[in-house]
Ligand binder design. Sequence first.
Ligand code: UDP
Ligand code: MG
Length: 334
Amino acid sequence: MGSGLVYQGLNEAISAIVPDVSVVVPIHNEVESLPLLIEAIASTLSSSQISYEIICVDDGSNDGSGEFLRQEAQARSDLKAVILRRNYGQTAAMAAGFHYALGKAIVSLDADLQNDPADIPMLLAKLDEGYDLVSGWRQKRQDGAINRLLPSKIANWLIRRTTGVNIHDYGCSLKAYRAELLADMNLYGELHRFLPTLAYIEGARITEIPVRHHPRRFGRSKYGIWRTFRVLMDLLTILFMKRFLTRPMHVFGLLGLISMVSGTLIGIYLTFIKLAFGEMIGNRPLLILAVLLLVTGVQLFCFGLLAELLMRTYHESQGRPIYRVREVVAKNVN
Ligand code: UDP
Ligand code: MG
C-alpha cells in the first residue's frame, strides 16, 4: 500500500519530467508566425490530453525571433528556447532541438505554419501502433510548381528508388519519432531529410500518413532551386552509408582488385608479344591503360583498407555498436 503510493508519486514525478511528446521547431527569421504556432501546438496537445514540451531552436535569426522566444520561454512552462550562436542551417537546428528534447516521442515541424500542428495527435497515434518513425506526406503541397514541386518530385523518386525506403515525401518536416531512435542517429550536413533513410539503416519501422499543408503566410522560404543539387550530393553519402558503412573493403577492395587484375593481364599480354614476336609496345595505348589500371587498382585497394580503419574508429570512438536491439525478452531480467 505504502510502496504503491510511492510508485504513484514517482510515476507522476517522472511524467512531469518526461512528457509524452517534445515538439521541436527550427526557426530562422519567423517572428510573425511564432505566436500563432506556439498557441496552435499548445491548444491541440492540451485538448488531446497529451503532455508536451515545445522546443524552439532559434537558428541565428536577426528579425527578433530570438528575443521573442526568450521572453515567452520565461513566461510559460511548456516552452524551452534554445538559442544558437549563429545560423547553422535547418539540420543543425533540428539536431540541437533533439538534444534538449526529453519526451518519449519527438515531433519535428516547420515554424512557418506550413505544417499544421493539428496533425500531431494523428502522427502520435500512428507511432503507438508500433512504428518508430511516422513521416508526414504533403499530398496537397502548397508551393511553387516549377521551382519546388517538380525538383521535389524528381528527388523523392530518386531517393525512393535508390534507398529502398518507400515514402513519398522526404522533404516534409512534420515527422514523429520514438525518442530512442533519434538517440541513435547523428545528423550532419543537410541530412535531416534523410532521417527516414538513416532510421532505416538503424532498423526502424517506418510509415507515412497524409498531412495538411498550407501556403506560407509570413516571411520567405529559406531555400531555392540550389537545394536540389545539395540533396543529390547528400544522397550519394547516404547511399554509401547504407550499403558499405560497416564493410568499405567490399566496394573499394573489389574495384581495386578488378582493376589490378585487368592491368596485370594486359601487362602480361604486352610482355608476351614483346618477347615472343619482338613487337614494339612502347607506343601502344594499351600500355598506358595497363599502367593506369594497375596504379588505380593499388590506390583503390589501399583506400579500402583506410576506410576500414576509419569505419572502426567511427564506431569505436562513439561506442556505437554495429547492431541495434529492439528488445530483449527473458523470463528473469536481472
Ligand atoms: N530554418 C532554419 N535554419 C535555416 C533555414 C531554415 O532553422 O538556416 C527553418 C525555417 O525557419 C523553417 C524550416 O527551417 O522553420 C523550413 O524552412 P523553409 O520554410 O524556408 O523551407 P521550405 O518549407 O520552403 O522548404
Ligand atoms: Mg516552409
